[in-house]
Ligand binder design. Structure first.
Ligand code: 5GP
Length: 191
C-alpha cells in the first residue's frame, strides 16, 4: 500500500534495527484518513471470506480493526492484556503472550460471550514481529471453536519470523507494508 509506505518513510522513527516507532499516525496519534484507506484495503482483500467478526489486541490494533470492521459491516472484539491470570475461567479464555516491545509476558484475555463456533474471524494487528500476539489471539479463537479467516497486519517486519509461524498454522497473512530492513540509513520495503 503505497500511501502507507510513504507515511512510514516520512514519519517513521528508527529506534534501532529491530524497532520502528510510528506514534505520529498509528500508535499514539491516529491519522483517520489513513485508517479509512487501511480499512478499505483489508476489506477489499478479505471481502469474499464471509467474515463475521474482526478481532484485535489492545491498544494499537483498535484503530485499523475498527476501520476494516466498519467496511465489512461486522462487529470487532478487543482482546485485552492483563498483567496476571484472571480467576474467572468460566466466562473468559486466557493465554500467555510474550511482548516483543516490552520483553515481558502478559495474559491475553477474551470473554467467551463474544466468540462462537459460528464465527469466522479476521485477526488485525498494527505490527507483526515474531508473531506472538497474533498466535495468542489464534489460540483463544481455537479454544472458542471459531474459524480464523486470516490475519491482516498494518506493518510487517519481514526480517522477523512472525509471518512464517502464522503461515505454518495455515493462515492467510495479508500485510499492507512489508519492511525488509530498518537502519540508520532509513527503512526499506519488500516489493
Ligand atoms: P509480535 O507479537 O509479532 O512479536 O509483535 C507484535 C506486537 O508487538 C504488536 O502488537 C506491536 O504492538 C508490537 N511491536 C512489534 N514490533 C514493533 C515495532 O517495531 N514498533 C512498534 N511500535 N510496535 C511493535
Amino acid at each position: 500500500m503505497d500511501l502507507l509506505k510513504e507515511k512510514i518513510k516520512k514519519d517513521g522513527i528508527v529506534i534501532n534495527e529491530h524497532v520502528l516507532k510510528v506514534d505520529n499516525f498509528l500508535n499514539h496519534q491516529v491519522d483517520t484518513k489513513l485508517m479509512d484507506s487501511i480499512g478499505e484495503e483489508f476489506a477489499n482483500y478479505f471481502k469474499d471470506k464471509n467474515i463475521t467478526k474482526v478481532v484485535t489486541i489492545e491498544s494499537s490494533g483498535i484503530a485499523p480493526a475498527y476501520s476494516v470492521a466498519s467496511k465489512l459491516n461486522v462487529p470487532f472484539v478487543i482482546f485485552k492484556k492483563q498483567s496476571s491470570a484472571i480467576l474467572d475461567t468460566e466466562t473468559t479464555i486466557q493465554t500467555p503472550v510474550h511482548s516483543f516491545t516490552k520483553n515481558t509476558d502478559y495474559i491475553l484475555m477474551a470473554s467467551k460471550k463474544y466468540l462462537s463456533e459460528n464465527d469466522n474471524i479476521l485477526i488485525i494487528d498494527d505490527f507483526l514481529a515474531n508473531g506472538q500476539a497474533a498466535m495468542g489471539a489464534y489460540r483463544i479463537l481455537k479454544e472458542a471453536g471459531s474459524s480464523v479467516a486470516g490475519v491482516g497486519i498494518v506493518i510487517e517486519k519481514s526480517f522477523q519470523d512472525g509471518r512464517k509461524k502464522l503461515e505454518d498454522l495455515g493462515l492467510d497473512v495479508y500485510s499492507l507494508a512489508r519492511v525488509s530492513k530498518i537502519s540508520s540509513n532509513g527503512i526499506e520495503f519488500l516489493d
